[in-house]
Design a protein around this ligand. Structure first.
Ligand code: GAP
Length: 393
C-alpha cells in the first residue's frame, strides 16, 4: 500500500489534501494523471450504464438540498455510526442563508437523494415507461469517524449511482440483471477477482431489503468496493411520490434497484490490481498494468535523442498525427530514453513510440514498445495506429 501511495504522489496521481498545511484527514486531491485515470473510468461507466442503454435518464442534482429531504429519507435520524456509546450522525452540517435567516442544511451523503426527489420531474418531463433509471456521477460527503486506507474511506468522495425503477413484482429479475452488469463492469476495467457478499439483515442500510456487496482484495484486506441494493418502495414512499401506470390505469409506487459504485474505491482497486514489480533487462522495475482503455496516457512519443533537431521535428509531427487518433498522447524528450520508459511504465502507458534515425533516413516506420513485455517492434505509422486501435477495443 505504501508503495502505491508513494507512486501516486511521485507521479502526479493523488496528493494528500491541503498538504502544505499538514494535510487534512479524509481529503485527497487528484493531480494531472489521477484526473485522467478518473475521467477515463467515469466515461466508460457513463457509456456502459447510461448512454449505451435506452432506458436511462442522466441527472445532476444539487449537493445541498432542502433539509426536509434528509429528514424524509431517514438520514437525519439514522445515518449514524457508533462513537463512545452514542450514535454520531455522519452527515456534514452547514448553514444556508445569512444572520437570522441562517438554517442548518447538509452536504449530501449519497447522490441518490437528489435523484429520488426529482422522480416526478423526470416522469412529467420525459414520460418514461417502467422500467427506467436515473443516473448520476457526483461528489458525496460523510464525516467519517475514522477515515483511512488512502482514498478507500474518505470524507469527500465521488459516487456513480443508478436508481432503477421497476414494477414491484419484477424486482428480482432486475436485481439479477444489474448484478451481472456490475460483474461485467468489473471485468471491463480489469478487476477479475471481485467477490460477492450477501449482506445479512442486521447489517443492511435502513432503506435496503436486500444488498450484495462487491468486495475487492485490497492490500489492507477484503473490503467493500460497490453495493447493489434493493430499496423497495422506501424512498418514493418517504417522499410521497408515485407513478401513474398507463397500462393498468393505476397509481403505483415503483420499487428501486440501486447499483452504487464509489469512484475513488474503483481507482484504488484498479491501482492495486495494476501495480506490478518485475525484472526487465536485468533490472527490477515497477509498472502499472492498467487496461489500455483507462490508462492516463495511451501512447507516449519520443525522439530517440533530444539534441537531434531532425528527430525532434519528426517526433512532434508523429505526435500531432497520433493526438488526432487517440484520447491521450504524450510527447516526452526529457532525460534519456531509459528514464522515459521508466516513467511511462510507472504511469501505466501501454505503448511508447520512438522515432529514430531509421524513421527519417530509411523511411522505415517507428518502434513501438509494449509496456508489459518491454518488447519493441518496428511498424509503419498507419500499421501502428491500427494495432493500437485494435488493442483498445
Ligand atoms: N446510495 C447508496 C449508498 O450510498 P453506500 O454503500 O453507503 O450506499 C456506496 O455507498 C458506495 O460509495 C460504496 O460501495 C463505496 O464504493 C462508496 N463509498 C461509501 N463511503 C465511502 C467513503 N467514505 N469513501 C470512499 N468511498 C465511499
Amino acid at each position: 500500500m505504501e508503495k502505491i501511495v508513494s507512486l501516486c504522489k511521485r507521479r502526479g496521481f493523488i496528493f494528500p489534501g491541503s498538504e502544505i498545511y499538514g494535510g487534512f484527514a479524509g481529503f485527497w486531491d487528484y493531480g494531472p494523471l489521477g484526473v485522467k485515470l478518473s475521467r477515463n473510468i467515469q466515461n466508460l461507466w457513463w457509456k456502459m450504464f447510461v448512454t449505451d442503454r435506452e432506458d436511462m435518464y442522466q441527472f445532476d442534482a444539487a449537493i445541498i438540498m432542502n433539509p426536509k429531504a434528509w429528514e424524509a429519507s431517514g438520514h437525519v435520524a439514522g445515518f449514524a455510526d457508533p462513537l463512545n456509546g452514542k450514535m454520531f450522525n455522519t452527515m456534514f452540517k452547514t448553514s444556508v442563508g445569512a444572520g437570522e435567516e441562517a438554517a442548518v442544511a447538509y452536504l449530501r451523503p449519497e447522490t441518490a437523494g437528489g435523484m429520488f426527489v426529482n422522480f416526478k420531474n423526470v416522469v412529467d418531463s420525459m414520460h418514461p415507461k417502467l422500467p427506467f433509471g436515473m443516473a448520476q456521477i457526483g461528489k458525496s460527503f460523510r464525516n467519517e469517524i475514522a477515515p483511512r486506507d488512502f482514498i478507500f474511506r474518505s470524507r469527500e468522495f465521488s459516487q456513480m449511482e443508478v436508481e432503477y425503477f421497476v414494477y414491484p413484482n419484477e424486482w428480482e429479475k432486475h436485481f439479477e440483471a444489474w448484478r451481472n452488469i456490475m460483474q461485467s463492469w468489473c471485468r471491463e476495467i480489469g478487476l477479475n477477482a471481485v467477490h460477492e457478499l450477501e449482506v445479512p439483515d442486521s447489517e443492511r442500510a435502513h432503506y435496503s431489503k436486500r444488498t450484495i456487496d462487491f468486495e475487492f482484495e485490497y492490500p489492507f484486506g477484503r473490503k467493500e468496493l460497490y453495493g447493489l441494493a434493493y430499496r423497495g418502495d422506501f424512498d418514493l414512499t418517504s417522499h410521497g411520490l408515485s407513478y401513474f401506470d398507463e397500462e393498468t390505469k393505476k397509481e403505483i409506487v415503483p420499487h428501486v434497484i440501486e447499483p452504487s459504485l464509489g469512484l475513488d474505491r474503483t481507482i484504488l482497486a484498479v491501482l492495486c490490481d495494476a501495480y506490478t514489480e518485475d525484472e526487465l533487462g536485468g533490472e527490477t522495475r515497477t509498472y502499472l498494468k492498467l487496461k489500455p482503455k483507462i490508462a492516463p496516457v495511451t501512447v507516449a512519443v519520443f525522439p530517440l535523442l533530444k539534441n537531434k533537431p531532425e528527430l525532434v521535428t519528426k517526433a512532434k509531427e508523429i505526435y500531432q498525427i497520433l493526438k488526432k487518433e487517440f484520447n491521450s498522447v504524450e510527447f516526452d524528450d526529457n532525460g534519456n530514453i531509459g528514464k522515459r520508459y521508466r516513467r511511462q511504465d510507472e504511469i501505466g502507458t501501454p505503448w511508447c513510440v520512438t522515432i529514430d534515425f531509421e524513421t527519417i533516413e530509411k523511411n522505415n516506420g517507428v518502434t513501438i514498445r509494449d509496456r508489459d513485455t518491454g518488447e519493441q517492434k518496428r511498424m509503419r505509422i498507419d500499421e501502428m495506429i491500427e494495432y493500437v486501435k485494435s488493442q483498445l477495443m
